[in-house]
Design a protein around this ligand. Structure first.
Ligand code: ANZ
Ligand code: ZN
Length: 803
């Protein structure tokens, strides 16, 4: 028999799958559906890197296995193709982004096909296709009609390098998520989406889905729901009041000063009473230069200025307390003002130390001479009048009752989440489908006129003042008002990159529909996504955004479930062989094309799944690749030892049933590596046995097929088994036969055989030893003697040496 030659085999099967489309999905109500989804890629100019196939192969394995188990599997692929890189390339090379994007897509697609992924290519989508973004625009208009899209002048995060506004989610540590440049604030008129309206549901509905805890808690923290109360502090000799937001009303007796944000209106309102107004204004100017990130950094030196000439009054102690402005209080959260409780809040503590302010302990249990006592769960209230002696939770209830009864304030839930800044001043995105009319205001483009297509432009360069390149195209900008017919102007901002991906999973269900984003029938059948794998970095971006859009689509009767994705998993990164992130500059990038050329796609797939824990980051290893290729070489050799027709070979039966069980289980629980290891063990058993039945072989091939689809189909065909593997059934196992086998183990004492005892094949040495020495025929040789050595040859013999 000739050697294993993956290149020839793999091309042959890829062509076969292209021609016969065994992975094409149609609605079939007699079959249970399974919808597997992986995050569709941005088709960059660099092509695929070895990180991409890891999640793709993982869900390909699950999909192939589920098909064999009788499910109707939807496993689609497409392109998230709007975005800055194509546009930046266009600026540099004066080539239209659509042309570059198309070229990149063709390359990506060829690469994906060369890996043998079982996508239903007839459902391919592309977010930059007008037939697709027509529906992205349609959803936006629905949101606009429901008041969820609104335009607002506000300071936004602005990346001076990308010349584009960013959403909060796109700012990481004060820097642009994309290019790392420090973000500045710029006041701009922006389209906003009211994601905050969904804040509670975005937290509460997480109970319904199977996501890793880490993802759930990251979303929950990002949304940042907190329960507290708003309450008014009077100002001495003034009608003005300052409303504060606190989550710790129980600590109110310890509020020894107040802080308001530098933007707080009280400064303007009481400017005649404030005696150090110049100092205040200067400080404000300094603070406004800083980013929100810098302002709220925990470990920095505290700064601030007292508003001299005015005093607040603590409504519970009746004491006059000073009022400060400081950068650590933000105007954008709560009420923009706080009651400061230095004994129990770290930032207040640092501030009080610096400005020599009173620190009054109101919950006992800490040592406030050293630091603020913040984790007061088990504390007891002190120095707090009628709250004294209570535990924190009880004190909260009692004080809120008091506050509400005395009209000082009321309970309040707050969120950290802000509305989604949805405008981008760039070319390569979906045009926002609205028109401005002097008489009618903002008017939606009528549905019949969608999509609003991106016009051709010559200059893609955004302007420094933050105007989209579209603003320069008169023929695009000037239009008529859909309502009154008068002259009107189009919106020239485009949507952010996250728009198209916020609903793409739905389009896959019915990708060619020209009348609806997807038919009711297809949504009812395929929805929701059963298993969605994607990057951890999208937890508070795409994953959150798409859950929001889905909930909106649910509210307007398009979606049929509250949540889009029933289960979410996340893969670790593949690092360079030096353990660092793969990057051009480090020179450690591995190109999957090279691996496929030198070792074959099946080796690449096997290796990417065998490389380590799916959820962990792991370094690439050339030796690991070679090892997987060797495994497949040995699989190929199985052909030489097939001897007869019959059922499972008696000697191998138990191994086979165990393998079916383990592989079936491991492929569903992200343990692809141990599943493959089990297949390697079974292969060893086969080769050690020296001969196998056709039934042994066919079962092995089906089990390995999801991981290595080409070689297994090829061997299947060579043995003239019926049809193709993709038409077979996943094997079943017999629980009884997976039980550990019992063997008779010869026991020697000082090298002489004295007994045989029954043990199970996996039995621990310790247990074998105690069985052996309590055996009657062994006892007499060891009793009263010193045991100086024990030698166990796994499953073969046990020798005890005594003196
Ligand atoms: C008094 C207090 C005592 C507070 C105490 C905390 C601990 P979360 O949980 O994140 O919602 N705060 C309120 N508005 C603020 C603003 N605009 N800028 C900065 N800080 C603000 O945090 C709520 C707490 O953060 C509030 O409760 C308030 O300080 C502060 F032992 O009030 B607290
Ligand atoms: Zn009009």
């Amino acid at each position: 028999m000739e050697n294993y030659n993956p290149n020839a085999i793999e091309k042959k099967w890829q062509k076969h799958w292209d021609d016969f489309k065994p992975f094409k999905t149609e609605i079939d109500k007699n079959k249970e559906k399974f919808y597997a989804l992986i995050e569709f890629p941005y088709p960059s100019g660099e092509g695929l890197h070895v990180g991409h196939p890891r999640p793709y192969t993982a869900l390909d394995i699950v999909s192939r296995k589920r098909r064999l188990q009788g499910y109707n599997v939807l496993y689609p692929m497409g392109w998230d193709a709007f975005g800055l890189p194509a546009e930046n390339y266009a600026i540099k090379n004066k080539i239209h982004p659509a042309i570059i994007t198309e070229k990149n897509i063709q390359r990506f697609k060829a690469q994906l096909k060369s890996i043998g992924l079982s996508f239903d290519w007839d459902r391919e989508i592309n977010t930059t296709d007008p037939n697709y973004y027509k529906w992205t625009q349609w959803i936006f208009i629905k949101m606009f009609e429901k008041g969820l899209a609104y335009k607002k002048e506000m300071p936004i995060n602005w990346c001076p390098s990308c010349k584009v506004g960013l959403a909060n989610e796109e700012v990481v540590g004060g820097n642009c998520e994309r290019c790392g440049t420090e973000v500045v604030h710029k006041v701009k008129n922006q389209w906003m989406l009211k994601i905050t309206e969904y804040a509670n549901r975005l937290i509460d509905d997480l109970d319904e889905v199977d996501y890793p805890d880490k993802i759930k808690s990251q979303q929950i923290n990002w949304i940042g729901r907190s329960y507290g109360c708003e309450l008014n502090f009077s100002i001495k000799d003034s009608e003005e009041k300052i409303k504060v937001y606190t989550t710790r009303p129980d600590t109110i007796f310890g509020a020894t000063y107040m802080v308001v944000a530098v933007e707080h209106p009280i400064i303007e309102n009481l400017k005649d009473q404030i005696t150090n107004l110049d100092e205040v204004i200067n400080y404000k100017k300094e603070v406004l230069k800083k980013s929100e990130f810098e302002r709220t950094e925990l470990n920095k030196d505290k700064t601030g200025v007292e508003l001299k000439g005015i005093k607040g009054i603590n409504p519970l102690t009746g004491k006059e307390i000073p009022i400060y402005i400081s950068d650590y209080v933000l105007m954008t959260y709560g009420t923009g003002a706080i009651m400061a409780v230095p004994a129990h809040d770290t930032r207040d503590y640092d501030f009080a130390k610096k400005f020599n302010l009173d620190i009054v302990e109101v919950v006992s249990g800490g040592d406030i001479s050293k630091e603020a006592y913040t984790n007061t769960e088990n504390g007891i209230l002190i120095n707090s009048g009628f709250l004294n002696g209570l535990e924190v939770e009880d004190a909260k209830k009692k004080i809120i009752e008091y506050i509400e009864k005395n009209n000082l304030g009321h309970k309040k839930t707050n969120f950290k989440l802000r509305d989604w800044i949805f405008s981008r001043q760039r070319y390569w995105g979906e045009p926002i489908p609205l028109v401005y009319c002097d008489d009618c205001g903002w008017v939606a483009v009528p549905e019949e006129e969608l999509p609003v297509k991106l016009p051709d432009v010559k200059e893609y360069e955004p302007t420094d003042d933050g105007e989209s390149p579209l603003a320069k195209i008169e023929s695009f900008v000037n239009t008529t008002c859909p309502k009154c017919g008068k002259k009107a102007k189009r919106e020239t901002d485009t949507m952010p990159q996250w728009a198209g991906s916020s609903w793409y999973y739905m389009r896959y269900m019915d990708p060619h529909n020209n009348n609806e984003l997807a038919s009711r029938e297809s949504i009812d059948y395929y929805g929701p996504v059963d298993w969605y794998n994607g990057g951890m970095e999208h937890t508070t971006l795409h994953l959150l955004y798409s859950r929001f859009w889905h909930k909106f689509l649910y509210d307007i009767g398009v979606a049929n479930t509250k949540e889009p994705y029933m289960k979410r998993t996340s893969h670790g990164m593949i690092l360079g062989d030096n353990g660092e992130k793969m990057s051009k500059s480090r020179g450690n990038v591995i190109n999957p094309d090279d691996i496929i050329r030198d070792f074959g796609a099946d080796t690449l797939r096997t290796y990417e799944m065998f490389i380590g824990d799916f959820e962990k980051s792991v370094p690439w290893s050339e030796n690991g690749v070679k090892g997987c290729r060797k495994f497949l070489d040995r699989v190929w050799k199985l052909q030489d030892i097939v001897v007869d027709e019959g059922e499972y070979s008696k000697e191998l039966e138990s191994s086979i049933h165990k393998t079916i069980k383990k592989v079936s289980n491991d492929f569903e629980t992200l343990k692809f590596n141990t599943g493959i290891a089990q297949l390697m063990t079974l292969l060893n058993d086969f080769l050690a046995n020296g001969k196998i039945s056709k039934k042994d072989l066919s079962t092995f091939l089906i089990l390995l097929n999801p991981v290595a689809p080409h070689i297994t189909e090829e061997i299947w065909e060579r043995f003239k088994f019926k049809g193709h593997i993709y038409e077979q059934q996943w094997p079943e196992y017999d629980e009884e036969k997976t039980k550990d086998e019992v063997i008779n183990l010869p026991i020697q004492v000082n090298g002489k055989l004295r007994a045989n005892i029954e043990i199970s094949i996996d039995e621990e040495e310790e247990s074998i030893f105690s069985k052996a020495i309590s055996n009657e025929s062994i006892k007499k040789y060891v009793e009263g003697k010193d045991i100086i050595k024990k030698i166990y040859v796994n499953g073969k013999i046990y020798n005890i040496v005594v003196k």
